[in-house]
Design a protein around this ligand. Sequence first.
Ligand code: DAH
Length: 341
Amino acid sequence: MIDAIKEKLQEIEEFAIDSQDRLEEFKRRFNGKQSEVRALFGRLKEVPNEQKREMGAALNELAQKAEAKWKSAASGLVQKKSKASTNSVDLTLPSYPHELGTRHPLSLTLAEIVRIFERIGFNISEGPEIEDDWHNFSALNFPENHPAREMQDTFFIEKNPDMLLRTHTSSVQVRVMENEKPPIRTLSPGRVYRNEAISARAHCVFHQVEGLYIDKDVSFLDLKETLAYFVKELFGPKTKMRFRPSYFPFTEPSAEVDISCFICHGDGCNICKKTGWVEIGGSGMVDPNVLKSANIDPEEYSGFAFGMGIERITMLKYQINDLRLFTENDVRFLRQFKGII
Ligand code: DAH
């Protein structure tokens, strides 16, 4: 009998209760009226009288152990269940709204400029920001030691004075002309660098977009019509455009491009400084010397070029009064461009 009790105790101790079903099975086998433990109580009558007390005590202990194990397992399972239900994910809940980011205003302006010129057959070309003297200056008809080089304060690379950070995207014109045959219609956007103190109106890093058209019989009229189309598309159909005579080493004749003030329409405001006109860039007919530098025959081909500052156009379009806002990453500024594509 004592062996049967020990055996049952071992069974009880080894019985793993890891689910509701196992808990019930445990109860059936070891706790209830019909349980195996109760059956052992039934066998007490076979025990000789002098051992009855001892066996009775051992059986009571067995029954208590079975009862205690059942209780602690039952409360453990309840806890597990409630923990599981607080941790579990409710897939029926609506999701948190994900806030959409905004595109940077400079990217917005550039994308719009690109779309406008792509519609009239321009492709996109890019060149390196670390450029050599030839592509940034010499091939663009800036003679060595000529004062025109000082129109743009240049960052030179100390270890190699022939290398510099490009001061304008006109350098890409040269690269395209060297690598492609006319007809060429290309738009070259990119970052440019000038040694200038940072202020509301100037920065040492900014962006330009360069345009170049080379073909047979390209005239000044083509330049004017192309830019007139562009300003109407970008600033609205009522926008007028005018040329002001200017000088650039790589174009002849050269002209500064002004548009009618789309804020005050000529009545006079701060943006146009009460003149009714605002400048948006430079342009001109590609100088024959530039064509020659890129092995294009100026007797056969002619072309026009223009260049604009993307920051400047963005400031005009969205009436932004400080250039530094573009690089400060202030979300209060950037969020105002939400939803524009
Ligand atoms: N590269 C000039 C600048 O950075 C802008 C420019 C003027 C580009 C006239 C041109 C052009 O292509 O024809 O100031």
